[in-house]
Design a protein around this ligand. Sequence first.
Ligand SMILES: *Cc1c(COP(=O)(O)O)cnc(C)c1O
Length: 362
Amino acid sequence: MTTPTIELKPSAHPLPAAEREAILADPGFGRHFTDHMVTIKWTEGRGWHDGQLVPYAPIPLDPATNVLHYAQEIFEGLKAYRQPDGSVATFRPDQNALRFQRSAHRLAMPELPVETFVEACDALVRQDRDWVPAHGGEQSLYLRPFMIGTEVGLGVKPANEYLFIVIASPAGAYFPGGVKPVSIWASQDRVRAVPGGMGDAKTGGNYAASLLAQAEAAAQGCDQVCYLDAVEHKWVEELGGMNLYFVYGDRIVTPTLTGSILEGVTRDSLLAVARDLGYTSEEARVSIDQWREDTESGALTEVFACGTAAVITPVGTVKTDGAQWAQGDGTPGPVTLRLREALLGIQRGVTEDKHGWMHRLG
Ligand SMILES: *Cc1c(COP(=O)(O)O)cnc(C)c1O
């Protein structure tokens, strides 16, 4: 199957520079979108076609469109960072492309070639490069590639037509006032994903499943939900949008991928960054009881969550049915901060990129 080229049809009326700069001064997260988007269609028998870069605009959908009823939807999230020399680079876009293929496979959707995924992101960033915040802070341009089933009809089956879109949104520093630990509610009865389910696919359905638990966490006075495994309600999985790491002195441990954990690019990168800094990093099963016992004994010194949006977020307190404990003294731990600096340094182009992770757009 041939890979489609992306035809450039830029807007004649991009947002005036002064208005764009006003947005970039305080972009928040996911509130503002750039002037353009890339769209590529897939049709059964024809494959990928009609790649276009067009002005950002609503997409008209028939009320009987597949995705609105049976939720064939997958997405990705990655960032473009301004480099010290003024150029722009994205972080490991090939890994997002490969995960997008795995998600597509799980939801019986067509797989977009890796080079097309990367080219679509590149085309959008090149066109809207003025939307990539200046070097210096922790700001970035967040890219959101996604795909939906667009066949019209209520029959339950994989759609015979799909639409792939990439949009972009400037993102401010996740912690404008400095890194702040989050409080965690470890839910004993709600689960995010089940063995054999789609927890390892990046799909909106997993997020829909997490919203009620998130509201329950808020009612418990907590910021985020930590999900335990769906069978024994015992093994720590992830936060539902971020993976977890446990720091035992100079050994860092992340839960082993079980099929119901999303394989984060940040998680994977930290396994390597930690080794580069002289730590031991490994994957292992961690139970909620062990988490508490090891914290109380002092063996477990820090816990943090990681993902593209926040990079690294320290965990400050943990609450679950019948138990509650503090993680550290309420300030981010030294290993957490060191790993955070190291990864941000690579992404912002101030630390040597020895793994070749940065994809430079010139
Ligand atoms: C995207 C996501 C993550 C983090 O993955 P990154 O590639 O590091 O951004 C973790 N868990 C879930 C459920 C996710 O959707």
